[in-house]
Every structure is written in structure tokens, then in C-alpha cells.
Design a protein around this ligand. Structure first.
Ligand code: ATP
Length: 546
């Protein structure tokens, strides 16, 4: 596929707004991709290499700006590019605006030939770039990128720049790719979903769905290829007992999630499937001593003090981030590995087995620290176990459905987490949306912002946790502040402050602050605060880093 066709189709996807239309367009793209299908299935998500590939492009924004500047011509330097990105807010728009096409043929290096770029050609260059290492590799990376930008039209440059910095911004996530594979090749949704869960390889699954759909079922776990971690929702003992009767209760350890792959050697992957084996030699040693069959295990690495008590979570992260001075760091803080699940044991994939059976198997193969595990049918028992976990310095408890399968990447209802210390933020209402149905005459969903030195930046919307009674009151409070209306959406003068609970803050391009609250929940109006007293972007950044 010509790279220009990929870029044009990406632009069409970006311009579409309805989810179904986006899925159709991506499905059409997949059908047209021919030999480049596996590459395109990743590129639309802003990924150059498969999730399980340890290689990364390792191109920071500055290298990308330097390459853009070089392609843009003599009067532009990397600082100019950086300043324009700060202005326009998107590296793709900036790269597109330079219109490198006009530079073609002018290059002193002869890289500006007239041959058009293909997806395969771009990918080969990006692979060379990813593999460049050692002294001089930064220059090599910039030169490769320059060579590519130099041959780009405006639209090609937009998507190349975004791809290189892993931010396609065309509204295509993993779910869209899954749906587009199903639509394009008319295959079973279940088979595709499962194959993606166990392989986490969109290219492989897309190609198999197209070429040999019957073999989707044969894609299985592979030791050395990390899968996405199963995730939890917030929940209570009542939720668990009413859903399952008897519930598994485990201690919730406050460390960093790890997936351990054991075969001839040991590989450790972080929650984001990054290989973190090198910074954790002491954990590797623990694993080698505790197991002697091939396996994939799920667990948590904790920092502990001399008496084995847990230290704050930041201590573990420090180790994860540490690439150098590993021996010194290992000496500075002790790590404990607690294992709570088993996805594969000695040739058997276990993810479809019930949790209790996986635990039995785990107990038979793992001779190391196992997560505390109990079965409870009474709220009092759960409360006691929670107290014990908290008294021991842990974060809380996990409640799990004893019969549940392991569903990689899912934040489903089969794992519930309970932890007492929920943070809240005080956020300014800067917009709202009129409700629907019986709530049509009230503002139903409120846009929330943090305070920054330059004004207010959005971090999310809240509609959850508001009763009908409160809705009336909040509408009456916010309605007089409406500055303008656009359909159901209104722009509001920053003045009313809400206290909002949330589960987590994530980096996100959706909101102007660059962050998004997950599961925001209305707690109350902070009548005592003005807009300027609201929480700041600084505080949000600190909470994310904590
Ligand atoms: P949190 O910030 O609450 O740890 P998270 O988004 O990292 O949340 P969730 O899936 O929402 O992840 O919460 C469960 C997390 O708790 C797991 O990712 C894991 O890191 C940690 N954890 C600690 N002990 C356990 C356990 N026994 N079972 C499962 N997860 C556990």
C-alpha cells in the first residue's frame, strides 16, 4: 500500500465522528492493505511494533522535531518546531504545515528523490531506526526520520509524525481495531476477541482472520509473549456476596504488577507489558528458586523493609525505572514477589479455568510467596480479612469470583478492589450538557477543569453520583453561568467547584490538561471555594507521578 493511501484513509477516519463509521473506514483500510495488513493494524493505533516486541523506536519529541526542522529547510530549527507544536498543540499539524513536498529535489543529500513512500518502505526504515543503538544512534535516527519526512506530502507528514511519537489521534483504539477485523473479514467476534486476549498481537490476529479464520482458535498463550493484565473495578463486600454468594478474598498488595514468564529463563513484564527483567535481578533469582516448570504467573512486586513490612509503592517504581546501577539499587531496597494467579503451567493454558482451580495449580507449582487467599460467605468475615490486611500495612483487599476465568486486559466485574483511602479533587465546572428524557430540562453532565497559571484545562466529565434532587439544585447553580450554547452542550463561566471522587488519573489526549479522571463521581459542591481555589494541574501531575 502506498503510504499516501494510508495517510488519506487515516485522515478520513479522523474526520469521521460516529463510531460505526470509524469502524467501517478502518475495515475498508484493512481490506485494502494486502501484504501490509499486520503493519496497518498497528499503525492505526499509533504502534509501530507488536506489543510483545521489546524493541521500541526510542525517538523522543526532540529528535522528531530535529528531523522535521531539517526537512523543513534552512530557516527552521528544532526550537522553532517545538514552539509551533506548543502553539498548535499537535506535532502532526505542525509537520503537515511545513509542506515538505516543496523541498523535494532540493536536498543536498539526494534523499529527496521522487519515489513515493509505501507502508512497507516506511516500516522498513522505522525498523532500522528502532534497531539503531550505541554511539551515534541518535544522529542515525534523526537522519532516517529526516529522509522519510523529506519524501512526505503534507498529509503523509501529519501521520508519520504522530506515528513516530505514538499518538495517532484518529480515534482508533484497540476496540475499533477488533471490530474492524470482525467486519472486514466476516469472522466470529468471539474468536477474534479471544485470539487478541491471548496474543496481544493485532497484526497476527488480523492476518489470521483474513487468511485462515479457522486457525484463530489455535492462537494461544506463548511463554515470552506477555498478555494484558486482568484488571479490577472498585466494589464492596455486598457487591461480591450478592453476585457470587461465596467470594475469594485476597490481600491487595501495594506494589507494581508483574507478569512472570518462566521457561529456560525468566522474563518479567510490567503492567504495560514492558520487559523489566533487567532491573529486577533479585526477583529473577526468587523465581528461579521457587518454580521448576514452564509457567506464566501474575503477581505484585513489593518493596519491603528489613522486617519484611511493606514500604510505599514509589520505592518499587524507582527500581522499575532504574536502568543503571542495578546492583546498587538492589542493595538499597529489598523486593518481595507475591504471586496471585497462574495463566499457564507446564504445558497447560489455564486462563479459561475457574480461579479456584488456577489457584490449586499455582499452589502445586509455586514454592514462593503466595498471596493470602480465603473463601468467605459472610460480610463479617470479609470485614475481618480487610482489617487484617490493613493492619499488616497493605492497601486493602481484592474480592474475586471463585468461578471466573482469567480475562486479559478486561476491567470486568469478576475482580473487585476495596481500598479505603480514596482521593478526591476539587474541580471547576467549565461546561455542561443538557440531559435527555426526563432529565432534558436539567444540565446532566458537567465538564470539569483544573486551575493552571494560564486559565482552566479540562480533566473529565461527571454525571455519576448525582441524584435527581441534586440535579435540580446543580442545574439552578450552573445555569446562570452559561456563556454560550451549541446544541446540547453549553460553555460555562468557571465559578462552581465540585468535589469529585475518582479511581485513577490517566494521561489522555481527550482533555486539554492531558489527563483524564477514570470513573469520576460527584461527591458535593464546594460552596466554600472559588474557581481559583480549585485543584491545580500541578497537583494532578503530582498525583499521577505518586
Ligand atoms: P490500583 O491503583 O488500585 O492498584 P490499577 O489500575 O493498577 O489499580 P486494578 O486492576 O484496578 O489496577 O487494581 C488491581 C491492582 O491491584 C492490580 O493491577 C495489581 O497491581 C494490584 N494487586 C495487588 N494485590 C492483588 C491481588 N491479590 N490480586 C490482583 N491484583 C492485585
Amino acid at each position: 500500500m502506498e503510504f499516501s493511501e494510508f495517510a488519506d484513509r487515516a485522515a478520513a477516519v479522523e474526520a469521521a465522528s460516529a463510531d460505526t463509521e470509524i469502524t467501517h473506514l478502518v475495515a475498508d483500510l484493512f481490506e485494502a492493505a494486502d501484504d501490509d495488513l499486520s503493519i496497518v493494524a498497528r499503525y492505526v493505533q499509533g504502534r509501530v511494533l507488536p506489543g510483545h516486541d521489546e524493541t521500541t523506536l526510542n525517538v523522543g519529541p526532540n529528535n522528531c522535531y530535529a528531523a522535521i526542522a531539517r526537512a523543513a529547510g534552512q530557516n527552521v530549527d528544532a526550537d522553532d518546531v517545538e514552539a509551533t507544536v506548543a502553539d498548535l498543540g499537535d506535532v502532526g499539524d505542525v509537520a503537515a504545515a511545513y509542506d515538505f513536498g516543496t523541498q523535494r529535489g532540493l536536498s543536498a543529500f539526494g534523499t529527496g528523490d521522487e519515489e513515493s513512500l509505501t507502508v512497507g518502505g516506511v516500516h522498513a526504515e522505522l525498523e532500522t531506526l528502532a534497531n539503531a543503538s550505541g554511539p551515534g544512534s541518535t544522529d542515525e535516527k534523526v537522519t532516517i526520520l529526516f529522509g522519510l519526512f523529506n519524501r512526505c506530502s503534507s498529509t503523509e507528514a501529519r501521520y508519520l509524525a504522530r506515528l513516530v511519537l505514538s499518538e495517532m489521534r484518529i480515534g482508533v483504539g484497540a476496540g475499533t481495531v477488533r471490530d474492524a477485523i470482525i467486519e472486514a473479514f466476516d469472522v466470529s467476534a468471539e474468536a477474534v476477541e479471544r485470539a487478541l486476549q491471548v496474543s496481544n498481537d493485532y497484526g497476527l490476529v488480523a492476518e489470521t482472520a483474513r487468511d485462515d479464520p479457522d486457525r484463530l482458535d489455535e492462537i494461544s498463550l506463548e511463554i515470552g509473549r506477555p498478555v494484558q493484565a486482568m484488571l479490577a473495578q472498585a466494589g464492596t463486600a455486598g457487591d461480591a456476596l450478592s453476585a457470587w454468594g461465596e467470594t475469594v478474598v485476597e490481600t491487595k498488595y501495594d506494589g507494581a504488577r508483574v507478569q512472570i514468564h518462566v521457561d529456560d529463563g525468566v522474563d518479567i513484564y510490567s503492567r504495560n507489558m514492558e520487559d523489566v527483567t533487567d532491573p529486577l535481578p533479585d526477583v529473577v533469582e526468587t523465581v528461579e528458586e521457587a518454580i521448576d516448570v514452564p509457567a506464566i504467573l501474575d503477581g505484585e512486586v513489593l518493596a519491603i523493609d528489613e522486617s519484611g513490612d511493606p514500604l510505599p509503592f514509589q520505592e518499587v517504581l524507582r527500581r522499575f525505572r532504574r536502568k543503571h546501577d542495578i546492583e546498587q539499587a538492589s542493595a538499597a531496597v529489598d523486593l518481595d514477589l507475591v504471586v496471585f494467579d497462574c495463566l499457564h503451567a507446564d504445558g497447560d493454558d489455564l486462563i479459561d479455568e475457574p480461579l479456584c482451580d488456577r489457584r490449586d495449580r499455582l499452589e502445586r507449582i509455586w514454592d514462593g510467596h503466595l498471596a493470602d487467599f480465603s473463601l468467605a460467605a459472610e460480610p463479617e468475615t470479609i470485614a475481618r480479612l480487610e482489617d487484617e490486611a490493613l493492619d499488616a500495612g497493605h492497601e486493602g483487599i481484592m474480592l474475586k469470583d471463585p468461578d471466573s476465568a482469567y480475562t486479559p486486559g478486561r476491567r470486568g466485574k469478576n475482580w473487585l478492589k476495596r481500598k479505603p483511602d480514596v482521593e478526591t479533587l476539587d474541580l471547576v465546572v467549565t461546561g455542561a450538557e443538557w440531559g435527555e428524557g426526563r432529565r432534558a430540562s436539567f444540565l446532566g453532565s458537567y465538564e470539569l477543569s483544573v486551575h493552571t497559571p494560564n486559565g482552566f484545562e479540562t480533566v473529565g466529565k461527571v454525571a455519576t453520583g448525582i441524584t435527581d434532587e441534586e440535579l435540580k439544585r446543580l442545574s439552578a447553580l450552573v445555569e446562570p453561568k452559561i456563556r454560550s450554547e451549541d446544541g446540547r452542550t453549553v460553555d460555562v463561566e468557571p465559578s462552581v467547584v465540585f468535589e469529585v471522587g475518582y479511581e485513577e488519573i490517566q494521561h489522555s489526549p481527550t482533555y486539554s490538561s492531558g489527563y483524564a479522571l477514570r470513573f469520576p463521581r460527584f461527591i458535593g459542591v464546594r460552596e466554600d471555594l472559588n474557581a481559583e481555589d480549585a485543584d491545580t494541574l500541578d497537583r494532578v501531575e503530582r498525583l499521577v507521578d505518586a
